[in-house]
Design a protein around this ligand. Structure first.
Ligand SMILES: [Zn+2]
Length: 219
């Protein structure tokens, strides 16, 4: 039975690498995949992994009907044996419904890869719909680590080096020029709640303010 599978995880957990690996394994068996992605770090129409691998992909634009795209591809004589979707968290809920239809009506496997929650610990719309519709949800085993060594389960956003918990759900790259550079870091829930990024932890460890408190305690 074909399946809609949601491979979920934090950033840096190797999602894109696994997506590329699935594509590679299946193409070795003569199967042809159609790859969708959205806002990949390598640019439009690319699927890339942090390990440096890149492949061509179809940019899943916001208004695009993914089911219709696959049907059109097949009706033009294209070979599509399965579908891979990277950065699936960025898709609209309706696009996830379209992917479910690809599984049910076209009988193709769809492997969707995405981050579950955003930097505010809220579900992305695409991920929410995947959790609602997927036949199977796989939590990726390549686990990202928080600076403290614990399993990183949450994504933090930093603006100008400071962790923020408010703002637009999707911000890619530099928004307000120098000093307000947007970055991301994976943390354990404990440190996400305390807004303790690796830089904040380093600063706290080095801060002379910490010492008198400890000394006062000893007396
Ligand atoms: Zn931690």
């Amino acid at each position: 039975m074909p399946e809609l599978v949601f491979f979920s995880g934090t950033m840096d957990c190797g999602k894109s690498t696994l997506a590329l690996q699935i594509g590679h394994n299946r193409s070795a068996r003569g199967l042809q995949g159609l790859i969708f992605t959205r806002d990949d770090r390598a640019g439009e129409g690319k699927l890339s992994s942090r390990l440096g691998l890149v492949t061509e992909a179809v940019e899943a634009r916001p208004e695009m009907d993914l089911y219709a795209y696959v049907v059109a591809e097949l009706s033009q004589g294209g070979k599509v044996d399965y579908v891979i979707v990277d950065e699936a968290q960025f898709l609209a809920a309706e696009q996830i419904d379209q992917l479910a239809r690809v599984v049910d009506d076209l009988e193709l496997d769809v492997f969707a890869f995405g981050i579950t929650t955003d930097f505010r610990t809220k579900l992305f719309p695409g991920s929410q719909r995947l959790i609602e519709l997927a036949d199977r949800i796989e939590t990726l085993q390549v686990e990202a680590m928080c600076w403290c060594g614990a399993r990183a389960t949450h994504n933090a956003r930093t603006v100008g080096g400071r962790m923020v918990v408010e703002g637009e759900q999707v911000v890619v790259g530099d928004v307000n020029g120098p000093g307000a550079e947007v970055g991301y870091e994976v943390l354990c829930r404990r440190h996400h709640r305390r807004r303790m990024t690796s830089a904040a932890a380093r600063a706290a460890a080095l801060s002379p303010d910490v010492l008198p408190v400890a000394a006062a305690h000893d007396r």
